[in-house]
Design a binder for this molecule. Structure first.
Ligand SMILES: NC(=O)C1=CN([C@@H]2O[C@H](COP(=O)(O)OP(=O)(O)OC[C@H]3O[C@@H](n4cnc5c(N)ncnc54)[C@H](OP(=O)(O)O)[C@@H]3O)[C@@H](O)[C@H]2O)C=CC1
Ligand SMILES: O=C1O[C@H](COP(=O)(O)O)[C@@H](O)[C@H](O)[C@H]1O
Length: 472
């Protein structure tokens, strides 16, 4: 990251829908504050929080609570300047006049160069109505719109949402956010693959037998159960974050690392992906999920998904991609494992009982590991399993890295869509999951703290999940 912002951004009015919600508290207020505190915000800005219900104790309390609970340390003068620039206005999809006035006032305060960045941090069901209101009131005019995931809840509703967006803005004003793309470790996939001569020659079906993208989470609902009930794990995580990571793993080298080239290559991967086969998808629900507040006793919402995917192109034909994610699992990890073919011949007899693996840990400081065979010291040519794990970059403490939402908020202010998803990608991903939405497997129960249902452990046979030890 550059150390000091040299090209200051134009003044910005942030219009934050869902300002009283969970995401705003966890990520958006802390993210905006960090950008302000580290000098990445424009010289001047205003934040207009909005929603159907004014916060009981005012927006200042929302901001303070958010930073206390989820932010880094704050500095009194920066915080009071941040709060002074923040206000709340009630609005809904029918009534946006007061909000439009507040945005106009803020823009007038900031001068002719002022830009408007609207963040729609609301459930999918609320999006379309609010977009219509933004169009009618003129707020959307020349504004950029950050749209939270999931984009719709199936192919039809995502197309409707896209049509509603296109009625009020152009594609270059739309920033569909998938915060995993803002993570350093996910962007590091591009660096590993395309900045090194070492890995890319082996990055194909001739050398790689299978790929796993495994994102177990140990957390449960944390007060989000009623939202989760309407979404489920496939929509919340698979069609979004896991598929986006698959896109980075599977894409051809882009000519440039800009929005057009990168998103073109990612879109081609999704075009080549086969629709998921419901018989190769496992749904799970952790025992106790139906006791969560806001969950129906008979709910069959999946809190776990494992799926086998194929990318039918020159590079990947026949290589299974196993995706797995779920709540209340044994650990929280973000691990990608590439399993290599075992060399032919039996020169080492039965000693080679596991293939070589390249393991990418998408931790805040990314790690790359190799598990392979080496000679066991001694008089025989016997093998022993060796592994090495390195942090990348090894000598960087990561202190000037931006967190995912900070990075993406900054990119949106700069108008850079590289790490945001495009309408055609989203459309294709909904096509890919449609067979599963039409014919969903019934969720098998699994114990909290486990690696998911038994059928999911079996899914990758003859391979095994890299995570999960003996269970896998
Ligand atoms: N929370 C998280 O960790 C993450 C969330 N997201 C996404 O962010 C978006 C917001 O999620 P989150 O903050 O968790 O949700 P919450 O339920 O906590 O908050 C939703 C917010 O939207 C407002 N809202 C506006 N219209 C509606 C409506 N019709 N129905 C319900 N709420 C409405 C609510 O305020 P009011 O009732 O006053 O209108 C509330 O502030 C979702 O799209 C989610 O997928 C993405 C990644 C992570
Ligand atoms: O978008 C979401 O992501 C989080 C996981 O993100 P992380 O950055 O905290 O790893 C997930 O827990 C949540 O259900 C989902 O909506």
């Amino acid at each position: 990251m550059e150390t000091a912002p040299t090209d200051r951004l134009d003044p910005h009015v942030f219009v934050l829908f869902g300002a009283t919600g969970d995401l705003a508290a966890r990520k958006l207020f802390p993210g905006l504050y960090t950008l302000a505190a580290s000098g990445w915000m424009p010289e001047d800005y205003r934040i207009v929080g909005t929603g159907r219900h004014a916060p009981e104790h005012g927006i200042e309390q929302i901001v303070r609570d958010s930073l206390d609970e989820f932010g880094d340390e704050t500095d009194d003068s920066t915080l009071s300047a941040f709060i002074d620039r923040t206000r709340f206005v009630v609005s809904d999809d029918e009534n946006g006049d007061e909000l439009a006035e507040a945005v106009q006032e803020a823009r007038a305060d900031l001068g002719d160069d002022a830009k408007t960045l609207v963040y729609l941090s609301v459930p999918p069901s609320a999006m379309q109505g609010l977009i219509g209101m933004l169009g009618r009131t003129g707020i959307a005019e020349r504004a950029r719109l950050i749209v939270e995931k999931p984009f719709g809840s199936d192919l039809e509703s995502s197309r409707e949402l896209d049509a509603a967006l296109k009625q009020v803005v152009d594609e270059d004003q739309v920033f569909r956010i998938d915060h995993f793309l803002g993570k350093e470790a996910v962007q590091n996939i591009l660096a590993l693959r395309f900045a090194n001569g070492l890995l890319e020659p082996a990055w194909n079906r001739h050398h790689i037998a299978s790929v796993q993208i495994d994102i177990p989470e140990d957390l449960q609902m944390e007060g989000r159960a009623s939202f989760y009930e309407s979404v489920g794990c496939l929509r919340d995580m698979v069609v979004t974050h896991l598929c986006q990571i698959l896109g980075f793993m599977a894409m051809e080298p882009p000519v440039h690392l800009d929005a057009l080239s990168l998103r073109n290559e990612k879109a081609k991967v999704f075009q080549a992906m086969q629709p998921f086969d419901p018989s190769r998808v496992v749904y799970g629900q952790y025992r106790g999920y139906t006791d969560e507040e806001g969950v129906d006793a008979g709910s069959d919402t999946e809190t776990f998904v494992a799926v086998e995917a194929f990318v039918d192109n020159e590079r990947w034909a026949g290589v299974p991609f196993y995706l797995r994610t779920g709540k209340a699992m044994a650990e929280s990890r973000r691990t990608i494992t590439l399993t290599f073919h075992t060399p032919p011949g039996r020169r080492f007899g039965d000693q080679i009982d596991e293939p070589d693996q390249l393991v990418l840990e998408l931790t805040d400081t990314p790690q790359v590991g190799i598990e392979m065979w080496a000679k066991r010291p001694g008089p025989e040519l016997a093998l022993s399993r060796s592994s090495v794990m390195m942090e990348v970059p090894a000598d960087d403490d990561g202190s000037d890295a931006l967190k995912a939402y900070e990075r993406l908020l900054l990119d949106a202010m700069r108008g850079d869509q590289t790490l945001f998803t495009r309408a055609d990608e989203v459309d294709r991903l909904w096509q890919i999951v449609t067979p599963v939405l039409a014919d969903p497997p019934s969720p098998e129960q699994y114990e909290p703290g486990s690696w998911g249902p038994h059928a999911a452990l079996e899914l990758p046979r003859p391979f095994r999940w890299h995570l999960g030890g003996a269970d896998a």
